[in-house]
Design a protein around this ligand. Sequence first.
Ligand code: HEM
Length: 112
Amino acid sequence: MLIVNAWAMQRDPKVWEEPNEFKPERFEAAPVEREGSKFVAFGMGRRACPGATMGMHVVSLALAVLIQCFEWDTTGLKMDMKLNSGLTLSKANPLEAFCTPRQDMIELLSHV
Ligand code: HEM
């Protein structure tokens, strides 16, 4: 069962230091030494996701556009990493954030 395995490995304290904390710096180092080598969001082996490269590019592009076009702020609440039960690993309580269009992007965004 992929979901059970993904859940077990991606949040396993024996595999990850502070598994429930948002620590993007885990993935900064070179592939050999970084914790990211344990990141199996796309599965592995013969049935691994053939769209992994596209998936990484689409997610990176979407994130870059959101950062480029908007100023982001938190609501002051600590991020709640609790999960919903179900087939996908969705958050129990949605992440809340404020976004305002960046001044330079208002003209561009008004055409979208
Ligand atoms: C962030 C985006 C994506 C994530 C996280 C993701 C994740 C996964 C995972 C976990 C699997 C199962 C691997 C396994 O059984 O071990 C899978 C399979 C698959 N994915 Fe993705 N995927 C993504 C994007 C895509 C895209 C963009 C495509 C196609 C354009 C795609 C096509 C497929 C296909 C066809 C399979 C079945 C492979 C097989 O069973 O042989 N995925 N994906």
